[in-house]
Design a protein around this ligand. Structure first.
Ligand SMILES: [Zn+2]
Length: 162
């Protein structure tokens, strides 16, 4: 422990562990945002087009009127249904691909983080968190119980609640 400065507290940390903690952060940062966007847009526009084709187009096809007009409406309706269903199916497929790719990326990133950690590491994320202070009491969280015990022993005179 070096010194308190605002809400920061410098903690000595080993390089290798910083490596896997950063890699772990990167793995956590992988998100399925683009996949969800594709799903929302693709399915949304697909449903909209399919529904409007059925609700606006179909009645026009069977409405009384000139055969030529009804044929034009039928072609448009079929077009809307085909494109709408295409967007729907294509959107879902695209989403599945993007989602699978994101899962793959996350798995690879986690594997990289694990490869950087040693058998003696107590976990992939940063193992000590400084929560801040209240009055003169500073709060730390340690992932490693042995380290926490050693920290408590080394600071026995100051530790409030081990
Ligand atoms: Zn480590």
């Amino acid at each position: 422990m070096v010194r308190a400065n605002e809400r920061w507290w410098d903690v000595p940390y080993c390089d290798a562990c910083l490596g896997h903690a950063e890699a772990h952060e990167r793995a956590r940062a992988v998100n399925a945002g683009p996949a969800n966007l594709v799903l929302g847009l693709g399915v949304g526009s697909g449903v909209l087009l399919t529904l409007s084709g059925m609700m606006c187009g179909l009645p026009g096809v069977f409405a009384p009127g000139e055969l030529r007009n009804r044929a034009t409406v039928a072609v448009m309706t079929v077009g809307m249904l085909v494109i709408g269903l295409g967007l729907l199916i294509g959107g879902v497929r695209w989403y599945q691909n993007l989602h699978a790719a994101a899962v793959q990326r996350q798995r690879r990133a986690t594997k990289r983080a694990r490869a950087l950690a040693s058998a003696r590491c107590c976990g992939l994320p940063i193992a000590v968190v400084y929560e801040g202070w209240h009055g003169s009491v500073h709060t730390f969280w340690f992932a490693n119980t042995d380290f926490a015990a050693a920290f408590a022993r080394a600071n026995a005179a100051k530790v409030v609640r081990p």
